[in-house]
Design a protein around this ligand. Structure first.
Ligand code: GCO
Length: 461
């Protein structure tokens, strides 16, 4: 089915399972602002965003959406959107400003208040402990390339889960370790902006180790809460049916997906990855690491946005990317909802998963309020609609998908793109901080209310 055709289920509404979680997601550095307030000290993103040339327009998260001060009205907005859950991240630099040691009570107090505000609104708090804002003090000691940072993470996870305990319904240890390791230490596109394959390999290992070390500590402090991890994953398609292209796609899947999935669910790295390491680069494994990494989790969170299409390229493991004709967002990301179905079904077939969330899925789009104050973001509506159609299809085939979180609740700081890319179902006027629910937000609120996709669908364009 090409995605510009009508959805196959055009004639009837799609009812989701009872207790399906409808949420939206954000991250601390992208929305909070207040970077120098109440004891918070710099993270690697404060440093990176101030490094000339790293972030478009030199944008920083200094103010962002001012959520630190506006969280009460933002929670009211979530309630207006009928959200059952809110996925947010906790800023390590607010809790342990030096990375370890002295606890900043004012930082903990903020998340205490936010959690209670959510509970009073009947919204389940889903907390991510690490969404990329490592305290700079730890980066000064090697950051994720230093094994000691994994131990510091456990200290941080212990403090937070002791304070928030079971008020948090779901703890996610890490959001997208691939981004932290590959973009942060390998490609230099994200903080801390390093470009060394050996550092990337070490960071990957220590992030996964930190995850495994922290799970039992969180469980001890919050026995009623669920614990898991969120990975950004892609489906991989060959550019043709040739064996070489098919192999390239599989290699790509191994390098970008299985490097993180296999340690967590199989206690090993895929051979493709180990074979692809540059000469002289080894994984800093110590005895027992894989046992720690494969500590059982209650769920896997998947951030899905796009698929990869690969063709074979001699000497290039994973081949070369091929851009196909289709619908593209302002991030130049292909709109390919069937990729979510393909990914969900393959993961469920290959790993012992008891629960999956789509913890992020959404489209960028720069529409602003019109003369009537309406934001007509048809592509985002179409994007979310079609990915929910594919999610429903996967559920029908036995995938234990338990919830969907739209990225994002509101427009926010899009990392190296600064404020030039908007992902929110709610528009933010950064000059006034006024929030405006977009057409997609009103539609999504109806889906959450009804736990169903209505039988009227939008098409695009
Ligand atoms: C990610 C991050 C989000 C991004 C979103 C859009 O998945 O990269 O979790 O912080 O803002 O995905 O790129």
């Amino acid at each position: 089915m090409t995605i510009t055709e009508q959805s196959p289920d055009q004639s009837n509404r799609l009812q989701f399972p009872a207790n399906f979680i409808w949420g939206s997601a954000t991250a601390a550095y992208q929305i909070e602002g207040a970077v120098n307030e109440d004891g918070r000290k710099p993270s690697i993103w404060d440093t990176f965003s101030r490094t000339p040339g790293k972030v478009l327009n030199g944008d920083t998260g200094d103010i962002a959406c001012d959520h630190y001060h506006r969280y009460r009205s933002d929670v009211a907005l979530m309630k207006q959107l009928n959200l059952g859950a809110y996925r947010f991240s906790i800023a390590w630099p607010r809790i342990l400003p030096d990375g370890r040691g002295a606890i900043n009570e004012k930082g903990l107090d903020f998340y205490d208040r936010l959690t209670d505000e959510l509970l009073q609104a009947g919204i389940k708090p889903y907390a991510t402990l690490y969404h990329w804002d490592l305290p700079q003090a730890l980066e000064d000691q090697g950051g994720w390339t230093n094994r000691a940072t994994a131990e510091a993470f456990v200290e941080y996870a212990d403090i937070v889960s002791r304070r928030l305990g079971d008020r948090i319904s779901s703890y996610t240890t890490f959001n997208e370790p691939w981004c932290s390791a590959v973009l942060g230490y390998g490609l230099g596109i994200h903080a801390p902006g390093l470009t060394d394959p050996a550092l990337q390999v070490a960071a990957t290992h220590h992030l996964l180790l930190a995850h495994g070390l922290a799970v039992p500590v969180i469980r001890r402090n919050a026995p009623q809460a669920e614990v898991g991890i969120t990975l950004n994953l892609w489906s991989f398609d060959p550019a043709s049916d040739s064996p070489a292209d098919r192999q390239a796609a599989e290699e790509g899947y191994d390098l970008d997906n299985r490097v993180y999935l296999d340690p967590i669910f199989r206690g090993e790295y895929p051979q493709t990855y180990l074979n692809s390491l540059p000469d002289g680069v080894t994984v800093p494994v110590q005895p027992g690491d894989f046992e720690i990494m494969k500590t059982p989790v209650d769920f896997l969170g998947i951030n899905y946005y796009i698929r990869h299409v690969r063709k074979a390229e001699p000497g290039v493991v994973g081949g070369e990317e091929v851009k196909l004709p289709g619908i593209y967002t302002t991030m130049d990301w292909e709109v390919y909802p069937p990729g979510l179905y393909d990914l969900l079904v393959r993961l469920n077939r290959e790993y012992p998963l008891t629960k999956i969330y789509v913890t992020e899925n959404g489209s960028s789009g720069e529409e602003a309020p019109d003369a009537n104050g309406k934001v007509h973001d048809r592509l985002r509506h179409f994007y979310i609609q079609e990915h929910l159609v594919q999610s429903h299809r996967a559920i029908q085939e036995g995938v234990p998908l338990a919830g969907y979180f739209a990225w994002s609740l509101m427009d926010n700081y899009e990392w190296a793109w600064g404020y030039t890319r908007r992902f929110g179902i709610v528009y933010v006027d950064y000059s006034t901080q006024q929030r405006t629910i977009k057409d997609s937000g009103f539609w999504y609120a109806g889906v959450a209310r009804d736990n169903a996709l209505p039988d009227t669908r939008v098409t695009y364009p």
